[in-house]
Design a binder for this molecule. Sequence first.
Ligand SMILES: [Zn+2]
Length: 249
Amino acid sequence: MLSIAIAACTPSDGSDDDDGVQSAIPPALISALPPEGGRLAQQDPDRFLALVERVRTEPEELTWLVDKNHPLAAEYVPEDIRLLRDYPAPLVLNRTDLSLREIILPDLVAMVESAAEEGITLDISSSYRSYDYQAGLFQRNVDQLGLEQAERESARPGTSQHQLGTTVDFGSVTAAFADTPAGRWLSDHAWRYGFSLSYPDGYEEITGYMYESWHYRYIGKAAAQLEREYFGGVQQTMLEYLAANRALD
Ligand SMILES: [Zn+2]
């Protein structure tokens, strides 16, 4: 089934490739891509497969699917959580208790410095949130509003990307952030540093969240490139795709 090879659509049908080897992408992997991504992957299977392979060599949790239907375990606490105020780099912090996974900090700092060179400040407003913190928040809402309303206004514990320790809220954490220099800069450049906008404008039905121009998740540079080239910049679609493929392993 998955061993069926598909011919790559090369324009040079008249002459056989000298190496005689064409990478084949299993049809199931192509059909699960968005149409434009599938077309590009068939055009150049090697490029697509190499990028997917790069993603698979990264720590798996960078691209775990975490959403309202795929919560993290209560016990999940990243091992390398680091208090940002102690990190030896010029980060602008809007709270003193912010922390993130250490493995993402070099790319975060590189991104912040790159923006600073253009006179733009990427200030950090929110970061790692533990399961217990989320549970406390949700329970307070249940107590005050009742379960039904609490579920409308807040996330059940375990369903926040912030529990991964790789997600950052920048700036004002309001709709106005999108049109600030920082918001625009991130929208253009964050992917180069491995950061991805989790909840883009117009995708609420797919992501389950309204547009959050300030909420970026670090997924690694390879995954950010994969998302951009083959998934139309929609993180959720790519994470679902990667999760489905892991299930095939
Ligand atoms: Zn957030």
